[in-house]
Ligand binder design. Sequence first.
Ligand code: FES
Ligand code: FES
Length: 154
Amino acid sequence: MSGVSLNVNGHSHHVEADPQTPLLWVLRDEIGLTGTKFGCGVAQCGACTVHVDGQAMRSCVAPVSAIAGRKVTTIEGLQSRAAKAVQKAWVDLDVVQCGYCQSGQIMSATVLLEQNPKPSDEDIDLAMAGNICRCATYVRIRAAIHAASAQLTA
Ligand code: FES
Ligand code: FES
C-alpha cells in the first residue's frame, strides 16, 4: 500500500491505496462518493464515467496512480453551465427509469455539450455510444441533450 493524492470535486484527498486500484473504487470506498456506479468493470458500459481534466473517463479501468495530480469531477461535483442544463433537461423530460446508468449518461452528455453546445443527432449518438442503458432510455436521452443544448444556445 502507498498513498495517492487526488483532487476530487475541488477537494484534496490523500488515500492509502494500491497504485493499481481503479479510481472507481477509491471514489466509492475511500472517499464515499457512491454516485459513480460499477457496471462491467471493463470499460464497456459507461456507468463509471467521471471527468478527468474535463474529459470523460471510465473510472473502472483507470489506475488511481495515473490520476494523481489531475482534476477529477464526479456526478456529485458537476457545476458547469452545461451540467446544470443537462440536469434540468433530464428532470424536465423524465429521462430516468431505474437510474443505474444515469450518472454515467449525465457525465458523458455534459462533456459533449461543454465541447459542442449544438450537437447533431449523429454527434450525440457518437458521444453517447459507450454508455449502455438496460432500460433503453436512449430516445429520451437524445431529446434531453437537444433540450439542454437549446437552453445553452438560447
Ligand atoms: S463499469 Fe466502467 S465502463 Fe462499465
Ligand atoms: S435507466 Fe436503467 S439502466 Fe439506464
